[in-house]
Write a protein that binds this ligand. Structure first.
Ligand SMILES: [Zn+2]
Ligand SMILES: [Zn+2]
Length: 354
């Protein structure tokens, strides 16, 4: 999805909705819409069967007991659900009124990776900044902000540090590539058993483009280090995963500061610092784009994302975020969205010529 646009047991995608910690039931109506999907999904139809299987799996996994203050409790109704839009595939809809500045939900990333320029200045797992005065754990070549991140990273990092990544990193650095880094991390997670090979297949893929050639070359370095051709992680897997990471990766810019202050300010105008890394999420990837969005994704001090409402949203209204810099002129926005995400924007702003 988004360029400007957990480890969790990621497929579980646990969200914290406005103070209540529970697991969202986000395809509650799946059987009823299967036929509708088949009729409407056009661009998604090739992967329909595997996607529906994944969605059924997700639905099962997402039906978990909620807890509140450590005690089992009745789950609150979620404030959002994923459903089909008329023309843009899946989207996220409000199931009740959401007020401006409300935190809609949080989301932990499935995959993260620091940018190569921030390897020594952010946590190798959660992307939290590590300053000269911060305490951190140095574990071989990686820095972690604390024991928890070090432990959470253990599975993939034990696999990763068995190989020599200098040629791979040099290639990515020289070509300015970031997506192969996320593919590498996912590959290490899969080899370690922390993740399944098809864990992100539910996400929408990009269509193959000439710009992806350099990123495909990176698979050679990855293959040498991880013997990808000998396993389920072959070239086809690399292609499938890269196509999904390419349009679903979020560029992580930490806002810093007090969360409460940030919530009370105009979130869209928060000054972000330079990107600390990139990450893949599940639910946030289902948000569609609008040049004049009613929701915003933000990061305070690590890669845990917060989705918040920018204005009052009515029940049934679709929640959308902006994938790009909305201050650009209409033609520039259209060009960027077409090249980067493969669609033409028909939002109210663009339709009115602004
Ligand atoms: Zn960390
Ligand atoms: Zn637009």
């Amino acid at each position: 999805m988004n360029e400007s646009v957990q480890l969790l047991t990621p497929r579980l995608a646990q969200y914290d909705f406005i103070g209540h910690n529970f697991v969202i039931l986000f395809i509650p109506f799946l059987p009823q819409v299967c036929y509708f999907w088949k009729m409407c999904l056009g661009r998604y139809s090739r992967c329909l069967i595997s996607r529906l299987q994944s969605l059924h799996l997700q639905k099962r996994q997402l039906c978990s007991t909620a807890t509140h203050n450590g005690k089992p409790s009745q789950p609150s109704p979620p404030s959002i659900q994923v459903a089909l839009t008329e023309s843009a595939g899946r989207g996220v809809f409000a199931t009740r009124r959401i007020r401006a500045s409300d935190l809609i939900h949080t989301a932990k990333p499935i995959i993260t990776h620091p940018t190569l320029s921030t390897l020594n200045s952010v946590c190798y797992f959660c992307l939290r900044k590590i300053t000269s005065s911060s305490q951190y754990f140095q574990h071989h070549n990686a820095r972690f902000c604390g024991e928890v991140c070090k432990d959470n990273a253990k599975a993939f990092y034990d696999v990763e540090r068995r190989a020599d990544w200098s040629a791979f990193n040099d290639y990515c650095r020289s070509q300015g590539l970031k997506y192969p880094l996320l593919v590498k991390r996912l590959a290490c997670m899969i080899i370690s058993g922390a993740e399944s090979a098809d864990s992100i297949y539910i996400l929408q893929p990009a269509s193959l483009s000439p710009e992806m050639i350099l990123e495909f070359h990176a698979s050679g370095f990855l293959g040498e280090q991880l013997s990808l051709t000998l396993q389920v992680l072959n070239k086809q897997w690399y292609t499938n995963v890269l196509a999904r990471i390419r349009i679903n990766a979020f560029r992580i810019e930490l806002a810093g500061g007090l969360y409460e202050d940030l919530l009370s300010s105009a979130a869209a105008s928060i000054e972000s610092e330079i990107a600390v890394g990139n990450a893949i999420y599940m639910l946030p990837s289902f948000y569609n784009h609008d040049c004049d969005p009613n929701a915003h994704i933000m990061w305070i001090d690590n890669a845990d994302a917060r989705l918040m409402a920018l204005r009052d949203v009515e029940e049934g209204e679709e929640l959308r975020i902006c994938y790009i810099d909305a201050s650009m002129a209409r033609d520039a926005r259209q060009a960027l969205l077409s090249q980067g995400f493969g669609f033409q924007c028909n939002c109210l702003w663009c339709s009115s010529g602004d």
